[in-house]
Design a protein around this ligand. Structure first.
Ligand code: FES
Length: 176
C-alpha cells in the first residue's frame, strides 16, 4: 500500500499543491515506480488519497502513454514513431525489433525482460531514430547499436550507449 510505505513522501507531494487533485500525476508516477505499472488497487488508493472517484483517476491514467496499466518487462522499450523519426527509419527499426525480440508491439518477451511499445514524439527529433528504455534515451539508432544496447541491458542492466547531452543544432567541430 502506497500510504503505508510512502507516508512522508505523499504528505510532501500533497503540500506542493493548493488543489489536492493536482497531485495525481506524481502519485501515479510513485505507484508505477513501486510496482512497475499502475494497478487497479493503486488507482483506488490514489482516488481515496485525493478524495476523487476511481474512475477520475483511471481517466487520467489512461491518457498518458508513460503510465503502464498492466505489468511490463524489466526494460520498457519505447520507440518514437512520429514524423521526424519516421523519416529516418523508425518503422523499419520497430519491425526489426519485433523480429529480433520475437514479440509484437505491446507484448513482453517470455523471459519478462523486454516490453516493446511505440510512442509519439519523445522530444529528441534531431537525433532519430530513437527510443527510450526505462528512464534513458538512446539516439541515432541502427541495428548494430540496438543489438549492443539489448545485449548490454541483458548482461549489465544498463548500457554505456545511453545518450549524453545532445545540443540542437549540434556544434560544428572546429576545422583543422
Ligand atoms: S519525432 Fe521522434 S523524438 Fe520527436
Amino acid at each position: 500500500m502506497l500510504r503505508e510505505k510512502h507516508h512522508q513522501y505523499i504528505a510532501a507531494i500533497l503540500k506542493r499543491y493548493p488543489v489536492k487533485r493536482s497531485a495525481m500525476l506524481p502519485l501515479l508516477n510513485l505507484a508505477q515506480r513501486e510496482e512497475g505499472y499502475v494497478s487497479e488497487a493503486a488507482m483506488k488508493e490514489i482516488a481515496a488519497i485525493l478524495d476523487l472517484t476511481p474512475s477520475q483517476v483511471y481517466e487520467t491514467a489512461t491518457f498518458y502513454t508513460m503510465l503502464n496499466l498492466k505489468p511490463i518487462g524489466t526494460f520498457h522499450i519505447q520507440v518514437c514513431k512520429s514524423l521526424m523519426c519516421a523519416l529516418v527509419g523508425a518503422d523499419e527499426l520497430i519491425h526489426w525489433l519485433e523480429d529480433h525480440l520475437g514479440i509484437k508491439v505491446g507484448e513482453t518477451t517470455s523471459d519478462n525482460l523486454f516490453t516493446l511499445s511505440v510512442v509519439e514524439c519523445l522530444g529528441s527529433c534531431a537525433t532519430g531514430p530513437m527510443m527510450q528504455v526505462n528512464d534513458d534515451y538512446y539516439e541515432r539508432l541502427d541495428r548494430q547499436k540496438v543489438t549492443q544496447i539489448l545485449d548490454d541491458l541483458r548482461r549489465n542492466g544498463t548500457s554505456p550507449l545511453k545518450s549524453g547531452p545532445f545540443m540542437c543544432p549540434e556544434p560544428v567541430p572546429p576545422s583543422s
